[in-house]
Design a protein around this ligand. Structure first.
Ligand code: DGL
Length: 268
């Protein structure tokens, strides 16, 4: 990062990226952050590549305008479709997405190299995780499932118990059966770590879960090294709509209270 006092910019389609921000603050306690949730236009996970790329470019431009020194794309769908365009456009600062770190963690975790990936409809259809895993191990076998309803469950706070488990069983049923079953599951969506308990409850014992929040934070830490800033973990919050909902639902993902008055509404 050119200017260590510049904040790290983090964006997501909404509140899910707060799981990544939480991990980033833990990994880089002296940095400062500028978080943007594009709440006016979520979900990204059901939209086309062209639309997600356009939205992502607008989010990135809004953060760059405000003087960030590093950009973290804390949304799997945006990373899947827009990361290369953002890396090209902002070649003078580090631009880090969540897919490569998640794929690397999965390849490192899996003994059999049979890896399952769950994400939004767009992330799964775009094939970015599959490609990132195969770049690391061409012989890895990757199976995927889109689990769209997990996003709504997580935002509603219905993350454990019979309802969440029934949905998890419906999505994951059959995926871990048979001799060639995967031994590792990538939670390829910002919201899915919130459902970890329900997901684990329907998986065979021993399946490893990979969450790209912590692995992305580690990748940012490696990239910035000692240059991670002097902001003491301060965060400036931006959203494109609904400060009250952003604060209420965001607190669940962030794991700490967030007040609506702290959230600035911006127009992209
Ligand atoms: N943040 C999105 C992701 O990680 C999930 C929510 C959405 O679809 O916008 O893919």
């Amino acid at each position: 990062m050119s200017d260590p006092s510049a904040p790290i910019g983090v964006f997501d389609s909404g509140v899910g990226g707060l799981t990544v921000l939480r991990a980033l603050r833990r990994a880089l306690p002296s940095a400062s952050f500028l978080y943007l949730g594009d709440t006016a236009r979520l979900p990204y996970g059901t939209k086309s590549a062209a639309t997600v790329t356009r939205y992502s470019e607008q989010c990135a431009a809004a953060l760059i305008e405000r003087g960030i020194g590093c950009l973290v794309v804390a949304c799997n769908t945006a990373s899947a479709f827009a990361l290369s365009a953002l890396e090209r456009r902002y070649a003078d600062i580090p631009v880090i997405g969540v897919i490569e770190p998640g794929a690397a963690a999965a390849v490192a975790a899996s003994a059999s190299q049979r890896i399952a990936v769950i994400g939004t409809e767009a992330t799964v259809a775009g094939g970015a995780y599959q490609a990132a895993i195969r770049r690391l191990n061409a012989r890895a076998e990757v199976s995927t499932r889109a689990c769209s309803l997990f996003v709504a469950l997580a935002e509603e706070g219905w993350t454990e118990g019979p309802l969440a488990e029934a949905v998890a069983r419906r999505y994951l049923g059959g995926l871990f059966e048979g001799e060639a079953a995967p031994d590792t599951l990538v939670l390829g969506c910002t919201h899915f770590p919130a459902l970890e308990t329900a997901i684990r409850a329907v998986l065979p014992p021993g399946v490893r879960l990979v969450d790209s929040a912590a692995t992305t934070a580690a990748a940012v830490e490696r990239r910035l090294g000692a240059d991670s800033g002097r902001g003491g973990g301060a965060v400036r919050w931006l959203a494109t709509d609904g400060a009250a909902r952003f604060a209420r639902v965001g607190s669940l993902f962030l794991g700490e209270p967030l007040a609506a008055g702290e959230v600035e509404i911006v127009d992209l």
